[in-house]
Design a protein around this ligand. Structure first.
Ligand SMILES: N[C@@H](CCC(=O)N[C@@H](CS)C(=O)NCC(=O)O)C(=O)O
Length: 197
């Protein structure tokens, strides 16, 4: 999702091949054996198969909304994403799939994840977005994970004290940017007509 958000933000167009995870095409595994999505293959046949690297690639091509900003802003976004992907994502997966981790109740993993929510809330109490008053790479890089987290138990999420996080979350949930990436596409098959995203 963060790759799609970045591609839309950049205004560039790419050929999209929708896949079903339980039926990964051989062509995808041939260029990225690790078998995770998203995978981007460039015109020179080089491959980018990490979502955050696709976010950087797209916004380095074009950045009409200047979501990158200066190098300090990019570095701060990278730091926040490292925390999201390494720490928060682990707690999120344990909370979301708590039945696979029965050594602790879901609430335990949820409270571990709250450390990151509290940091985001603190940031969003000082400015409209995660780094400052303008959308940044960190906002589109982290929103998809907060959405996953919120939807594990949306009633619980909505009654939490993170009022600025709620405001930021609703901003993106109701944004044209988010709506524009949520269209459903038929799974790709060889010979299928090109789908431009
Ligand atoms: N670190 C990778 C993780 C990507 C990832 O795990 N994607 C999931 C879908 S959201 C996936 O492809 N899982 C493989 C599977 O379920 O077979 C990235 O950020 O691109």
């Amino acid at each position: 999702m963060r790759a799609r958000l970045a591609i839309k933000c950049s205004g560039i167009h790419v050929q999209l091949r929708e896949i079903v995870l339980r039926n990964k095409p051989a062509q995808m595994l041939a260029i990225s054996p690790k078998g995770t999505v998203p995978v981007m293959q460039l015109a020179d046949a080089s491959v980018i198969d990490e979502s955050w690297n696709i976010v950087h690639w797209a916004t380095q091509q074009q950045d009409p909304n200047n979501i990158r900003g200066n190098i300090q802003r990019v570095k701060e976004a990278n730091r926040l994403i490292a925390k999201n992907d390494k720490e928060f994502k682990t707690h999120l997966d344990h909370y979301k799939y708590a039945d696979r981790f029965p050594e602790f109740p879901a609430e335990h993993y949820r409270s571990q994840a709250e450390t990151f929510l509290a940091e985001l809330e603190q940031r969003l109490a000082q400015h409209s977005f995660l780094i400052d008053h303008k959308p940044s790479l960190a906002d589109i890089g982290i929103f998809p994970f907060i959405r996953q987290f919120a939807h594990v138990d949306i009633e619980w999420f909505r009654q939490t004290k993170y009022v600025n996080l709620h405001r930021w979350f609703d901003y993106y949930l109701s944004s044209d940017l988010f709506t524009s990436i949520m269209d459903k596409y038929a799974p790709w098959t060889e010979g299928q007509e090109r789908v431009v995203f």
